[in-house]
Write a protein of this length. Structure first.
Length: 296
């Protein structure tokens, strides 16, 4: 890439930053430029000077992203220290910028006595990532709470878009326009939340999922009327291993990096699980996690 970073942005940009430091799987090669804006204005100024041929990848907490070992050509924009405003707007409205952690949104909604937001508690990503993925848990889903979003395009032009401008599905969002990313969401809740619900949901996760280990949560979406975990488990794939990557024995839809896995190990294991489940059950599993970057 021939792009030279203007000096006014140099202090917030790291060159050849290993993305293994920024993903929950702890794998991923270097980003050419890893940019952490100071704030929203800084981000918009940066986008306005960025040549349109430079590829862009937005990153929240990297909890649903498999970055390949060769890394990312172009610029990675890291939202989690820049877009952190979280405000109550009116009686039941909440304005949350893209870098706000979902767990913080859940806690603050509980303090404001607004819900349902408990389901955000155990999702270890940002609001931006939750919007991109339509993240959800225990019956709750991000976009059910969305009234509108603020987006920005690669020229730094900000727009407000209503929920109706997006096609929303299970762990899927069709963006209103190509090359627009989320700056913030205007969310709507009802009065009433329950802290005991939050504790119960966290406890349920701890009992059923390998929490605290290096993963991206569920690797595959559930096919209609079934569960990816059931299909993987009954295909006898729990404990299947490639290099340092292994199918969790606690929850079959989790792939763990035991410490020394490469992104290649994980991607190969994803493919092998898909092939085996297709062979034994005739069902093609679709990865929920996003896969980005170049092979080593
Ligand atoms: C232990 C564990 C448990 C999990 N449990 C759940 C769960 O219960 N439910 C669930 O849905 N998910 C779950 N996940 C997956 C993950 O936490 C969610 O998908 C989360 O919403 C991802 O947010 P993030 O900020 O980490 O996004 P990232 O992983 O950083 O990015 C994910 C995708 O979103 C894009 N993106 C990020 N920010 C923006 C933005 N501002 N604008 C546009 N695109 C953006 C990225 O480019 C990428 O394509 C779990 C993950 C782990 C590790």
């Amino acid at each position: 890439m021939t792009f030279t970073l203007p000096p006014q942005f140099a202090s917030r940009a790291r060159v050849a930053e290993p993305l293994s430091r920024h993903t929950s799987w702890h794998v991923g090669g270097p980003a050419d430029i890893f940019f952490t804006p100071r704030d929203r204005e800084d981000l918009l100024s940066f986008l306005r000077i960025l040549p349109s041929e430079v590829p862009l990848l937005w990153l929240g907490l990297g909890s649903n992203l498999l970055v390949r070992d060769g890394g990312i050509r172009g610029v990675v924009i890291c939202t989690r220290e820049a877009l952190v405003a979280l405000e109550r707007r009116g009686e039941r409205g909440v304005h949350a910028e893209a870098g706000v952690p979902c767990a913080k949104l859940a806690r603050q909604c509980a303090r404001w006595d607004l819900g349902p937001a408990e389901f955000f508690t155990g999702i270890p990503g940002t609001v931006g990532g939750a919007l991109a993925m339509n993240a959800g848990a225990f019956g709750g889903e991000t976009w059910r709470q969305v009234v509108s979003v603020e987006t920005v395009d690669r020229h730094g032009v900000v727009r407000e878009r209503s929920r109706e401008q997006f096609r929303i599905g299970y762990r899927h969002v069709d963006a209103a326009a190509n090359d627009e990313w989320f700056l913030a969401a205007n969310l709507h809740f009802e009065a009433g939340s329950s802290e005991s619900d939050t504790r119960a949901l966290l406890e349920r996760r701890r009992q059923t999922q390998p929490i605290g280990e290096w993963s991206c949560g569920s690797v595959f979406t559930n096919p209609p009327g079934d569960h990816a975990a059931r299909l993987i488990e009954t295909a006898g794939l729990k404990g299947l291993r490639i290099g340092g990557a292994v199918v969790s024995t606690k929850h079959a839809n989790f792939i763990l990096n035991e410490g020394a896995a490469t992104a290649h190990d994980i991607e190969q294991l994803i493919r092998q699980v898909q092939q085996e489940v297709a062979r034994q059950h005739g069902c093609q599993l679709t990865p929920e996690c996003r896969i980005a970057g170049e092979a080593a």
